[in-house]
Design a protein around this ligand. Structure first.
Ligand code: ZN
Ligand code: ZN
Length: 378
């Protein structure tokens, strides 16, 4: 584990980025409300503290964190080291908790006398309306959290590297256990068991295990279909570690594959490598998508690859930036994204090869380590 950046530095750095955004947009503050985990990743990102209920107000110089009796003690342990350097106040709210939050944030932010942004995607209309009545200056303008999270620091990359390793290990052990006749559900359970046995906190998302014709559905749910000779078998899986997600897809074959399936695997693999090669700082997400898409189009499968090439991954499995035909954002070192081209033949099966990749100053580096160079035959 790289310890060059400690947690205090990490959080201070993030709060600094929020404030510089607020200055740039002439906003006086940011308000995050997390009810039943509605804004959990952003709150965790800006405080280091993970909870299902809490609120954070970021002003020009002050920081107010509010939570209830269930979390106050643990929050104190986590946040006390940050109190002085961040001018952080930690308070418990009880009774009518939402009303208390609104009133306290209003008091704390009264000096700013300007607009206060929220995370529109992470606050319900009902909660926004309640808070708007209590907090002067609250607007629906978007705060910067989601975008700041696109670029990871070294500590985050270390956690994602570990999450990716646990995912590799989970798949490796699962395939060792594989026997024809097992169901998709059984394999999904094994993947989860082995990832967690290796050290994962949980699965980062519902595992996709899809066999035979079902592998042609990009987001199929595992079912009770028994896997047999001649099936393509697709695993789209990820472990979570230290809050951070991994995301990887491998497609294997049960029994000796036909030539056309081997050829198809080669097309998807070439597309995957074309995407990796195109991944560079300064490039637009859409250009990376196009580089990989060109390979599939040239092979005659242009209408069989109908999702984006990839997406950012971090505290959430789907974040920005998008690597898709509409991905306008330019890539930067520190971004962690997936490269996941696929070709899906309805009624027959699908092949997708997905790595999670960090873009470094020197270029892309795959964090996923499970072999992909050949279609693995079980
Ligand atoms: Zn995936
Ligand atoms: Zn993905």
């Amino acid at each position: 584990m790289n310890t060059t950046m400690n947690k205090k530095d990490q959080i201070e750095n993030r709060i600094r980025k929020v404030r510089s955004y607020l200055d740039g947009e002439s906003l006086s503050g940011l308000f995050l409300l997390n009810v039943e985990s509605s804004n959990r990743p952003n709150l965790r990102y800006l405080t280091g503290f993970d909870c299902s209920f809490g609120a954070l107000a970021v002003g020009k110089s002050e920081l107010l964190f509010l939570t209830d009796s269930r979390y106050i003690e643990a929050a104190g342990e986590e946040l006390n080291p940050l109190r002085d350097s961040l001018n952080l106040t930690l308070e418990e709210v009880g009774g009518k908790r939402l009303r208390s939050i609104g009133e306290r944030v209003h008091e704390a932010m009264a000096d700013g006398a300007g607009e206060i942004a929220v995370d529109p995607r992470n606050i319900s209309l009902d909660h926004f309306n309640q808070m708007e009545d209590l907090i002067d200056g609250l607007t629906g303008k978007r705060g910067p959290c989601a975008k700041i999270r696109w670029v990871k620091d070294q500590g985050e990359i270390d956690l994602q590297r570990r999450a990716a390793q646990l995912t590799d290990q989970g798949l490796e052990r699962t395939l060792e256990d594989f026997r024809p006749g097992m169901t998709e559900e059984e394999l999904a359970l094994k993947v989860e068991f082995y990832m967690r046995k290796a050290g994962a906190e949980e699965v980062a998302f519902d595992s996709i295990v899809a066999s035979g014709p079902k592998s042609a559905m990009p987001h199929a749910h595992p079912g009770d279909r028994e896997i047999r000779e001649g099936d393509l078998l697709l695993f789209d899986i990820g472990a979570r570690y230290g809050g951070y997600c991994a995301d990887m897809t491998r497609t294997v074959h049960v029994g000796e594959p036909e030539e056309d399936i081997k050829d198809l695997y080669r097309v998807v693999l070439d597309s995957h490598f074309a995407g990796l090669d195109a991944l560079a700082a300064g490039e637009k997400g859409s250009a990376v998508d196009q580089a990989a898409r060109d390979v599939i189009e040239r092979a005659g499968y242009e209408d069989k690859f109908r999702h984006g090439l990839g997406h950012g991954v971090g505290l959430e499995v789907h974040e920005g930036p998008r690597l898709s035909q509409t991905g306008e954002a330019r890539l930067e070192p520190g971004m962690v994204v997936t490269i996941e081209p696929g070709v899906y033949l309805p009624g027959r099966g699908g092949i997708r090869i997905e790595d999670m990749v960090v873009l470094t100053e020197e270029g892309p580096e795959s964090l996923s380590g499970f072999p992909k160079e050949e279609l693995l035959v079980l």
